[in-house]
Design a protein around this ligand. Structure first.
Ligand SMILES: Cc1ncc(COP(=O)(O)O)c(C=O)c1O
Length: 378
């Protein structure tokens, strides 16, 4: 398959115009609707007019430092309940900026075999020996760990939320069963600000065993901005700032986006009802979805794959008739025939969410599609 290059136009927070039709938009990762929030956009505009420049045009290690970057980092670490943070120009770059840290502190990397490409790239760049374990499989992780030639400098790398199918890393079990000396690097691009009672993400509550945790996040999902960050303990962040060529060697995100990130975080801290509203939509979807005999979603993302090439067309028609925007997507780790990935957000009504559940269930009941899971997609 080739991916669709068709473009869509924004109509309102729930709808887009696509090929001349108004369709419900259950795509992307703007889980809290922050990318369209007036206050976030306004903060960006004011920052741009105050500074009168778009880019610092230099690394922060040379002449690109700005107060707003430091303020955004403080707010990000506060949101995550961790000590310190370091901004990066994109979410993808956040894990890559850990490569030198791993080279000097790590030796063996345990990595989920279906981890996001940014973690796979980190593993390659670090020069450490790489040991994949079966996707989200605790027993496989433990046996891979015990088979290591030695247990020195071991780090585990995994997505927090696997963004393609919405499944979660089994963090609590891994934390409980792996020795506390094993450091965890969790890419929680999707879970940050969405999961947990306080929106800290998958790691809310931290390690029960005082484990060293490093988190990488994207600012372009729940926060609705652009950029990324590494978040962790003060010594780890200091070591990354001092030694990362990836961090030293790139221009940071535009200051106006750091300002917008601050505005989004500020808004979230004063409006916990936004997170509650997302969780409420997830519960509503699940109530209906479970009553139709399907397994619970842990995150407001679900993916389907056609059971055959021939069925792909019928599923597409069914979704189209329901008025749902649903292009087949092509992404690393997806199914060879492509998948449909659906996400819902605080912008959707409960009726939208229920209609989505009903339509997807009918695609599965007719045998034309199955629920797609990354582990069984290839
Ligand atoms: C799990 C995960 N990590 C990292 C990224 C990259 O983040 P960004 O798009 O902000 O560069 C993505 C992007 O979709 C992702 O899904």
């Amino acid at each position: 398959m080739t991916y669709s290059k068709s473009t869509w136009q924004y109509l309102d927070e729930r709808h887009i115009s696509y090929e001349g039709r108004k369709l419900l938009y259950f795509a992307g990762c703007d889980y809290l609707g922050m990318s369209r929030r007036l206050g976030t956009l306004q903060a960006m505009k004011v920052a741009l007019s105050d500074t009168s420049f778009l880019s610092v045009s230099a690394s922060r290690k040379t002449t690109g430092e700005q107060t707003v970057y430091q303020a955004a980092e403080q707010a990000l670490s506060r949101q995550a309940g961790m000590e310190a943070a370091l901004l990066t120009g994109a979410g993808y770059l956040a894990p890559l900026c850990l490569a030198d840290h791993l080279q000097s502190h790590g030796h063996h990397l345990l990595i989920d075999e279906r981890a996001h490409p940014c973690l796979q790239d980190l593993a390659r760049l670090s020069g450490c020996s790489v040991h994949p374990y079966r996707h989200r499989d605790v027993a496989s992780t433990l046996s891979t760990y015990h088979e290591l030639p030695d247990q020195k400098g071991v780090f585990l790398l995994s997505d927090g939320v696997f963004g393609l199918d919405g499944t979660l890393m089994p963090f609590d079990d891994l934390d409980e069963q792996l020795p506390p000396e094993v450091g965890f690097i969790v890419d929680d691009a999707h879970g940050f600000c969405c999961l947990g009672q306080h929106g800290q993400g998958l790691l809310e509550g931290g390690s029960k065993r005082n484990r060293n945790l490093l988190l990488s996040v994207s600012l372009s999902k729940a926060l609705g901005c652009h950029g990324g960050a590494v978040i962790g303990t003060l010594p780890s962040i200091d070591s990354i700032m001092a030694g990362s060529k990836g961090w030293a060697g790139h221009t940071p995100l535009p200051p106006m986006l750091a300002q917008a990130t601050l505005a989004s975080l500020e808004y979230l801290s004063h409006h916990p009802e936004l997170l509650t509203s997302l969780h409420h939509r997830l519960e509503h979807f699940n109530q209906y979805w479970e009553s139709l005999g399907h397994d619970t979603l842990k995150f407001p993302v679900i993916a389907l794959a056609a059971t055959s090439q021939a069925h792909a067309k019928s599923v597409g028609q069914r979704l189209d008739m329901a008025g749902i925007y649903a292009p087949l997507i092509d992404y690393p780790n997806a199914s060879p025939h492509g998948v449909w990935r659906f996400s819902f957000s605080t912008a959707h009504t409960l009726e939208d969410v229920r209609m989505l559940a009903q339509t997807l269930s009918s695609c599965i009941e007719t045998g034309q599609a199955r629920r797609f899971s990354i582990g069984h997609g290839l």
